[in-house]
Design a protein around this ligand. Structure first.
Ligand code: PLP
Length: 459
């Protein structure tokens, strides 16, 4: 399991831990919401892998070569060519970030009452669908709901579920979104054979297939490592094949685009592109920049090219694996298999004495911050299981602390430090029986974890 990063560090950014007393004060001032902390109050920031990665010297050089000209920027054509080379889409629209791309696709294609199936929609995708009058439906394989099973492709769509939804909603499904990797329940990959199967079903039923490609390269890496027939293939070749089964994609470039901002709508059909272009103008900006500066387009284009580098992906994936394995050895309950970009701790199992209504993930996030200045992402997730008519059949509740690893940013020493801090909290877990209460007494599962404020329920 030896690996080595195919790059060296050229510039560093100092980080500080503060004292225990300071961290106590800062988190209280933040109303116990990790999102409210100021970044200079955080030592190791694992809140998100979105826009937090490090860029290469070539990305920075491309930034300097960009021309700011409002329309027809050469940077747009540079990005467009790369999107064609890697994703096989003739048409592309830049957007300010992933949710901008979601809004454009939904506004272009959804009629009120439409049903949009997925493995699991990302939260903003789900909201964008609803905002356009559609209904998001999750069709993920059953094993995904059991966060401890070791099934390898827990991001797959359950093909039978999908067929049922289609048969019961004829004429009401303009497109399906396959989220690769499926980050809502543990950043789990989707197999090539599943992408192929879903694509076949879509074609038979005259439904478009879009990939939410925010973590396309990590998904391709998993296909290479797990699916026997892809072992000898290169990442770019695998990525090309993945996208060949789709009609286009939406993407947040802040993840596998290795960029600090941006999103893309990629399309193969000119008519859809022409319609989508109008929504880009309305919501984002002129279609050759989508509200971004030209330099952003260059940064993203180069980022996508670098994303398919096997050695980079291998080092990243093994760093995430290293954290997962260490926590496993300690006995800390985590989502299995280890996620592509993050390790998710099952906070309900971590703090068995803390009721779900007192937000065990918030408690764990608080302790991790207090003990070591490490910021994770405490999420209270409610997943709706629907039947073919889109009626709710079951609600699954999870309280997870996600530790997202930014790309090319932290060393293995940082990662092992995080594991050590968690070990020390784990040793003291039985002394905790109280968590937090919502300050505003809103719904327990307001999906918007970002804005929640808490009061401590312990001394
Ligand atoms: C799978 C997936 N899709 C879409 C988005 C939304 O992207 P953005 O945050 O750039 O709007 C995210 C963000 O985390 C995501 O993980």
């Amino acid at each position: 399991m030896n690996y080595v990063e195919p790059y060296k560090i050229k510039m560093i950014e100092y980080i500080e831990k503060g004292t225990l007393e300071e961290r106590k004060r800062w988190i209280k001032e933040a109303n116990y919401n990790l999102y409210n902390l100021k970044s200079n109050q955080v030592f190791i920031n694992l809140i998100f892998d979105s826009g937090t990665g490090s860029m290469s010297n070539i990305q920075w050089a491309e930034i300097m070569l960009a021309d700011e000209s409002y329309a027809g920027e050469s940077s747009y054509f540079y990005l467009k060519e790369i999107v064609y080379e890697i994703m096989g889409c003739d048409y592309c629209l830049p957007t300010h970030q992933g949710r901008g791309a979601e809004n454009i696709i939904c506004s272009t294609l959804i009629e009120p009452g439409d049903i949009i199936p997925s493995n699991i929609h990302y939260s903003t995708t789900s909201s964008n669908i609803k905002n356009c009058g559609g209904k998001p439906v999750n069709c993920i394989v059953e094993s995904a709901y059991d966060i401890e099973t070791e099934d390898l492709f827990k991001g797959n769509i359950d093909v039978e579920k999908l067929k049922n939804v289609i048969d019961n909603n004829i004429g009401k499904i303009p497109f399906i979104i396959l989220t690769i990797t499926c980050n809502t329940l543990g950043s789990q990959p989707v197999s090539m054979s599943n992408i192929k199967d879903v694509s076949k079903i879509c074609k038979e039923n005259n439904i478009l297939l879009f990939l939410d490609a925010s973590r396309f390269a990590e998904n391709a890496y998993s296909i290479k490592m797990i699916e026997e027939s892809y072992r000898e293939k290169g990442i770019k070749e695998i990525v090309n094949e993945m996208f060949s089964y789709s009609d286009g994609f939406i993407m947040s470039c802040k993840k596998d685009g290795l960029s600090t901002t941006g999103g893309i709508v990629g399309l193969k059909n000119k008519d859809i592109f022409m319609k989508a272009k109008n929504f880009c103008l309305l919501y984002e900006g002129y279609f050759t920049h989508g509200g971004m500066s030209s330099r952003d387009l260059k940064m993203i284009g180069r980022g996508i090219k670098e994303a398919v580098d096997f050695n980079c992906l291998d080092a990243r994936s093994k760093q995430v694996f290293k954290l997962g394995k260490k926590l496993d050895e300690i006995g800390i309950p985590i989502v299995k298999p280890y996620g592509g970009h993050a390790i998710y701790i099952d906070a309900r199992k971590f703090y068995e004495n803390v009721p779900l209504e007192e937000y065990p993930a918030q408690l764990l996030g608080y302790e991790l911050y207090l003990e070591g200045g490490v910021r994770g992402n405490a999420s209270n997730i409610k997943i709706k299981k629907s039947d073919v008519q889109n009626s709710t059949v079951e609600i699954k509740n999870y309280s997870l602390l996600r530790l997202s690893i930014p790309r090319r940013t932290y060393t293995d020493n940082h990662i092992m430090y995080v594991a050590e801090v968690l070990y020390s909290i784990w040793e003291k877990r039985e002394s905790k029986s109280k968590g937090f209460l919502r300050k505003d007494k809103g719904d327990f599962f307001n999906l918007n974890n970002y804005t929640m404020e808490f009061v401590s329920n312990f001394k």
